[in-house]
Design a protein around this ligand. Structure first.
Ligand code: MLT
Length: 202
């Protein structure tokens, strides 16, 4: 694997019409976690899958938190920029277009932060079980970016109101947001996969 600033996995494209995916795992996951989901979601897409650099009791994450659902926002900003720099590096090293992020939980939250802080890095994002990453949404232009958010109505970690606030904030910045709320908890379900496949096919 090419030496870049994040430990990562990369799978080259086998279908140039498909956009590259940036796969961002949840707390305690790693760079291998979402490869299968990425292959099923958009067969033939190049897959770029970094491992978060923060360790919380040995569990990799993409930024620090003070408690569950309470983020160290200074770290969110720092880490979103660091990850955006990695994506730029990887695009050069592997010859990629701007990727679409597919993030789960903590990975979805860092993807939302990147959209707000470094919008040029991503072509769009699928945010699975995401919440508001920054209490003060930066003034940003997301026109032309598609965002799929899939939330769980029974998610014990993410209040429904919080997910709705994130969807509203991304829409207000100009993104084309589709927000689906499933009768599910924090874990992903078969319906998440079906919605992802459909959204990527559109
Ligand atoms: C986060 O810390 O990003 C969210 O609380 C979700 C999680 O990773 O558990």
């Amino acid at each position: 694997m090419t030496e870049l600033s994040f430990i990562h996995r990369f799978e080259p494209t086998t279908d140039a019409k498909r956009p590259p995916l940036l796969l961002l795992h949840g707390t305690g996951g790693d760079e291998n976690d979402l490869l299968g989901l990425g292959r099923m979601t958009s067969p033939g897409s190049a897959l770029l899958s970094p491992r978060g650099k923060i360790l919380e009791n040995g569990m990799p994450r993409f930024f620090r938190r003070l408690a569950e659902g309470v983020f160290d926002e200074e770290d969110v900003r720092f880490r979103a920029n660091e990850l955006a720099d990695f994506v730029a590096e990887a695009r050069k090293a592997y010859g990629l277009e701007a990727p679409i992020a597919v993030g789960f939980s903590n990975g979805a939250n860092i993807a939302a932060a990147m959209l707000m802080l470094r919008p040029e890095v991503l072509a769009g994002a699928a945010l699975l079980r995401a919440m508001v990453p920054l209490s003060q949404a930066p003034d940003v232009d997301l026109a032309g970016k598609r965002v799929l958010m899939i939330s769980g109505a029974m998610d014990p970690i993410i209040p429904a109101e919080n997910a709705k606030r994130l969807a509203a904030s991304l829409s207000a910045s100009g993104a084309g947001v589709q927000h689906e709320i499933l009768s599910a908890g924090h874990n992903l379900s078969q319906t998440d996969l079906q919605l992802l496949v459909r959204w990527f096919a559109e």
